[in-house]
Design a protein around this ligand. Structure first.
Ligand code: GTR
Length: 429
């Protein structure tokens, strides 16, 4: 009996409160010829079957589509507001060899006697004479990973363990300093006249399923609450919400033009940037890099990662309702292209990598094609091509897309395109 209790206790401490049983998930398909025939729901058709006849009717259609996607996929962001306060920013005017002004500020998101500290790192070009447009996104390894600056404090929040032992006891170590520098290309961003604001995503919500007691979910839940209601928000919605709260704070920053903020994310954080751009129209431009299933990839293709797989491996990312579509994608009243239309008319850029088959590059491209009719209706512009472009041949209209050689990652080439796309849409205004 004692042994049994020890066994149960040890299982409970090492694994979160869900059992991840991937054994029932069929192996991933990568063969185009095995895709079952599917029809994408038409974003320009109301739930009652009426067709959107003009741009004027789009806001009404958008509202019902937004309601569906919120309820069925990401879950509802609470309506209640939080108090946001900030510690005095630590400012360094000659960061990165004089290239940048650096601001470090801890935000406090407070409600119900709880306080969630979120560390915001902001770089703006030191040469700037006025407010600059901004890229804003979440990072995986802590703010100290984004550049090689030795004096950036290590992230303090819970961190997922990784293969190279640079996370110890779920906390960042020095080894992670600069580890995401190639992903962020801060010098390139600054030299092109943009700023960058970034946050470690685990500050907002630690990326494991603890039953929604930690992270920002806890601000809105009674600690005695068990489980979630079917449409309660998951972690992706929480990360997106955290980006919005940081944007609230940035409204008063005299170095940043908050009408020109591009929200960017990679992978799971690309799903979060897409949802942030949908949920918060203050984001002027949205970039989803290698965002795959639950991001820009058409779910109905069931190539690489599937709805069933993602809901099983990451049960905390989406609403419980989303599980209804495990191996049942045809029943979804939307798909990834619908997510993109919810950003319209604001510009969206989708980026893929050739070897990132898990995220289904073709499915990521097809969602831009599926969103195109809405963009055409609203802006007379959309994705300039119908066929998937060749490797390293970016296309940029109001919707943009590229596929580059290489792995699941963000690299300098990606940033060259993101900057060109932002120049086209944000600087031109
Ligand atoms: C994978 C997950 C993907 C993607 C990726 C990442 O394990 O299956 O959906 O989000 O992680 O975030 O790196």
């Amino acid at each position: 009996m004692k042994l049994l209790r020890i066994l149960i206790a040890s299982v409970l401490t090492v694994s979160p409160c869900w059992a991840q049983d991937l054994s029932k998930v069929p192996p991933a398909n990568y063969d185009e010829s095995k895709i079952k025939p599917y029809t994408l729901p038409d974003p320009l058709v109301f739930n009652d079957g009426r067709k959107v006849g003009s741009a004027k009717e789009w806001p009404a259609r958008r509202s019902e589509l937004l309601e569906t996607v919120t309820r069925e996929m990401f879950g509802r962001i609470p309506n209640e507001s939080v108090e946001i306060s900030a510690d005095t920013p630590q400012i360094k005017t000659d960061a990165l060899g004089g290239l940048a002004k650096r601001k470090l500020v801890t935000l406090h998101l407070k409600r119900n006697g709880k306080d969630i500290p979120v560390d915001l790192l902001i770089y703006t070009p030191s040469q700037a004479t006025g407010k600059v447009p901004l890229f804003m996104g979440l990072n995986f390894n802590g703010n100290q990973a984004v550049t090689n600056e030795p004096d950036l404090p290590l992230a303090k929040s819970w961190m997922r363990p990784n293969k190279n032992n640079s996370v110890i006891n779920n906390r960042a170590t020095e080894t992670l300093r600069g580890s995401e520098a190639s992903r962020w290309q801060v010098e390139k961003i600054l030299k092109n006249g943009y700023g960058l604001a970034t946050i470690y995503y685990g500050d907002i919500d630690p990326d494991f399923d603890d039953g929604f007691h930690n992270g920002v979910h806890s601000l809105f839940r009674d600690p005695s609450q068990q489980g979630r209601t079917a449409d309660e928000w998951g972690s992706i919605a929480a990360w997106a919400w955290g980006l919005s709260r940081s944007l609230d704070y940035l409204q008063n920053d005299t170095d940043i033009d908050t009408s020109k903020v591009a929200v960017i994310g990679h992978s799971r954080l690309g799903k979060a940037s897409l949802w942030a751009g949908i949920a918060d129209p203050r984001f002027a431009l949205v970039i989803a890099n290698n965002s795959g299933c639950g991001g820009a990839a058409i779910e109905r293709r069931e190539i690489g990662e599937t709805v069933f797989r993602i809901n099983t491996a990451f049960p905390h990312w989406f609403s419980l309702n989303f599980r209804k579509y495990n191996q049942n994608e045809a029943k979804m009243a939307f798909d990834a292209h619908s997510l993109i239309t919810l950003v319209a008319p604001r510009p969206v850029y989708i980026a893929s990598a050739e070897k990132d088959t898990w995220a289904d590059p073709k499915g990521e491209f097809l969602s831009t094609v599926g969103a195109d009719p809405v963009y055409r209706l609203l802006t007379n512009d959309g994705i300039p091509v119908k066929e998937m472009p060749a490797i390293s041949s970016p296309v940029m209209g109001r919707l943009g897309y590229h596929i580059r050689p290489g792995e699941h990652d963000v690299v300098a080439y990606d940033w060259d395109q993101f900057i060109a796309f932002a120049d086209k849409h944000l600087k031109a205004k």
